[in-house]
Design a protein around this ligand. Structure first.
Ligand code: MG
Length: 169
């Protein structure tokens, strides 16, 4: 692994921990709104983001590299409405996808096949993350203004359960 790939992977640990922290802020918004199901959705997102950080950390350790923990930034809490939260989540996942792609490019340029193979899981995961976030936005736009429909959306999100990542390192 070259130094640039190492630096990018190490920075990505911080990006994933920031994601976890951001999603806690989103959960807090929905807690305050009395939408515990939406809050549950983001608590589970937080767990997943922590998993992502731990996977990248384990990968560095497996490669004989030292992870360096940097400060995690204060989450952007400039949103006001439910829809703004859901849109911020989609925007954030697109940002993370770009970050993963940049690491992939760095690994690819150096024929770092092992890092590319590890990142394949993250590439696929980002597709799922964007799809989930987009679905949340679409459903809220369609149904969110109707109290009974919002109640049902909240119940649906309350049913989500945490599943450990399928990638084992
Ligand atoms: Mg992530």
């Amino acid at each position: 692994m070259n130094n640039q790939t190492y630096q990018l992977l190490n920075a990505q640990i911080n990006e994933e921990l920031y994601s976890a922290y951001l999603y806690l802020t989103f959960a807090d918004h929905f807690e305050a709104r009395g939408l515990r199901g939406f809050a549950n959705w983001y608590y589970i997102q937080t767990q997943e983001e922590r998993d992502h950080a731990m996977l990248l950390r384990r990968y560095l350790l497996n490669e004989g590299k030292s992870p360096v923990m940097e400060a995690v930034a204060k989450p952007d809490a400039s949103f006001k409405t439910d829809l703004e939260v859901l849109e911020a989540a989609l925007e954030h996942e697109r940002y993370i996808t770009a970050k993963i792609n940049a690491i992939y490019k760095s690994a690819q340029a150096e024929d770092d096949f092992r890092t590319m193979q590890m990142l394949d899981w993250f590439v696929k995961e980002q597709g799922e993350e964007e799809d989930n976030a987009r679905t949340q936005v679409d459903q809220y736009k369609l149904f969110g203004s109707d109290p009974m429909a919002l109640f049902n959306l909240d119940r649906e999100n309350a049913a989500r359960v945490y599943a450990a990542p399928s990638l084992v390192l």
